[in-house]
Design a protein around this ligand. Structure first.
Ligand code: SF4
Length: 142
């Protein structure tokens, strides 16, 4: 499976919602034909979940719908809109991205690569509604 569906769709979704990195890595081990430690530990535990303390990547690999839209052709026929944060057409990746940043803002404050995203977070007027919407969306891991 290509990098985008594996890390930017599945891993990104889990990261945004704070799923347990060890459980997620175990699932990737079982679900993928290349589910070996040398593939999954750096790619899933490290790169996609930032659960290695930043050894693999200098910032979390979280991204909103705009990035997915740019890197794929998935959004064209989707019922959600990658530009919308709140409401029935809010893209769960876009809203999930801001909810993730809000939840981890304190931990990421000293990361220089997160300065710009956190400044964007501070400017969001609908942050409270976005976070609440994503809290209600639930999406606990199976
Ligand atoms: S708009 Fe739809 S296809 Fe595009 S990132 Fe959001 S949920 Fe995925």
């Amino acid at each position: 499976m290509h990098h985008i569906p594996r890390l930017m769709v599945l891993g990104n979704y889990a990261l945004q919602r704070g799923w347990d990195p060890a459980q997620l890595t175990a699932w990737f081990h079982e679900a993928f034909v290349d589910g070996y430690d040398w593939v999954m530990l750096p790619n899933v535990t490290g790169m996609s979940q930032h659960a290695d303390g930043g050894l693999m990547a200098t910032k979390p690999y979280a991204a909103g719908g705009a990035y997915l839209n740019r890197m794929s052709d998935y959004c064209g026929n989707c019922a959600y809109d990658p530009k919308v944060r709140v409401g029935p057409t809010a893209c769960p990746y876009t809203a999930g991205y801001w909810a993730f940043l809000d939840r981890n803002a304190e931990a990421l404050r000293d990361n220089s690569r997160m300065r710009q995203p956190l400044a964007g977070l501070a400017r969001l007027r609908d942050l409270e509604a976005t976070v609440e919407q994503e809290r209600l969306r639930g999406d606990k891991p199976p």
